[in-house]
Design a protein around this ligand. Structure first.
Ligand SMILES: Cc1ncc(COP(=O)(O)O)c(C=O)c1O
Length: 306
């Protein structure tokens, strides 16, 4: 989906016109993937525009940076405030937000510690990542032949740019094989996650999702869904899963900021349940909608109005 241009991008403390937000071709991050980033959504409800769990995302950005010894030269509060101001300046009522901190121009070579850390925040309108039809009817996924990166190779707890080459290999394979999305197994062969989404299954009314030891990024939507599920009275268990747990589940679905909550109707040519989004995922999708509409007083703090 082409990026839809808006007016400004926040770059190292300044609001820069969109077309002028450029960096040098010898920036460290372009060569070695030495950046960390976030994906956040802003929504609009009758109370105005808000950013969903902004602080949690920015905390995760700083945690990713910590893993790679990147000193972000701003505070969490400053980045949150800059993000809100960016939405106001761009007069965006809803959209996707992409903060990124990366090793910039200065030195080449694998030691990044002397390269500057540049920080950029961009935002633009972005619809459903796996399509509106996917949200409604469910998507088709395949188990990738590429394994998920491991905690002791490229730590999945860091949302680092270079690490996404792993997701890209899996995504390309899935698309070329005629599927919508890939499901990656961890290095031991347990289910990990999608190329850019966490995964849940439902079996006999209980929800199961892989733990961090399975090489997942601990998704904020995953956490939202776990809390919404408990609120709705479902039991949620973090547990290692094998591929046949997916094939034999009553329901399977992905969660992610870009994707939101997306049912999976088929995996490796096996129909999941009766091939239609099941009652639990439907219930979660409508609770998530209510949450966005500001109808959940328990979770009001997650809606950060701009
Ligand atoms: C690899 C990966 N897993 C899971 C997720 C879902 O995380 P979140 O719900 O915080 O967007 C993402 C998206 O950021 C991702 O890139």
């Amino acid at each position: 989906m082409p990026i839809q241009k808006v007016k400004f991008i926040w770059m190292n403390g300044k609001f820069v016109p969109w077309d002028e937000a450029n960096i040098h071709v010898l920036s460290h991050a372009l060569h070695y993937g030495s950046g960390v980033f976030e994906g956040i959504r802003a929504y609009e409800n009758e109370n105005g525009t808000f950013i969903f769990r902004l602080k949690d995302h920015i905390i995760r950005l700083f945690e990713s940076a910590k893993i790679y010894f990147m000193e972000i030269p701003y505070s969490i509060e400053e980045i949150c405030e800059a993000t809100k101001e960016l939405l106001r300046k761009n007069e965006l009522r809803a959209g996707y937000i992409r903060p990124i901190a990366f090793r910039g121009y200065g030195e080449m070579g694998l030691n990044p510690l002397n390269s500057p850390v540049d920080v950029v925040i961009a935002t633009w309108p972005w619809g459903a990542y796996l399509g509106e039809e996917g949200i409604e009817k469910g998507i088709r996924a395949k188990i990738s032949s590429f394994k998920r990166i491991d905690v002791n190779t490229l730590p999945p707890a860091a949302k680092a740019t270079g690490q996404y080459i792993n997701s890209i290999l899996a995504k390309i394979e899935a698309i070329k094989d005629g599927y919508d999305e890939a499901i990656l197994l961890d290095q031991r062969g347990f289910v990990s996650e999608g190329s850019g989404e966490n995964i849940f299954i439902v079996k006999n009314g209980i929800l199961y999702t892989p733990p961090s030891a399975s090489g997942i990024l601990k998704g904020i939507t995953r956490d939202t869904v776990m809390k919404l599920s408990e609120n709705l009275g479902y039991k949620v268990v973090e547990q290692e899963l094998v591929r046949t747990d997916l094939y034999l589940a009553d329901e399977v679905f992905f969660t992610g900021t870009a994707a939101e909550i997306v049912p999976i109707r088929e995996i490796d040519h096996r129909t999941i349940g009766d091939g239609k989004p099941g009652p639990v995922v439907r219930n979660l999708q409508s609770s998530f909608k209510q949450l966005i509409q500001g109808k959940y007083s328990e979770f009001e703090d997650w809606l950060d109005y701009v």
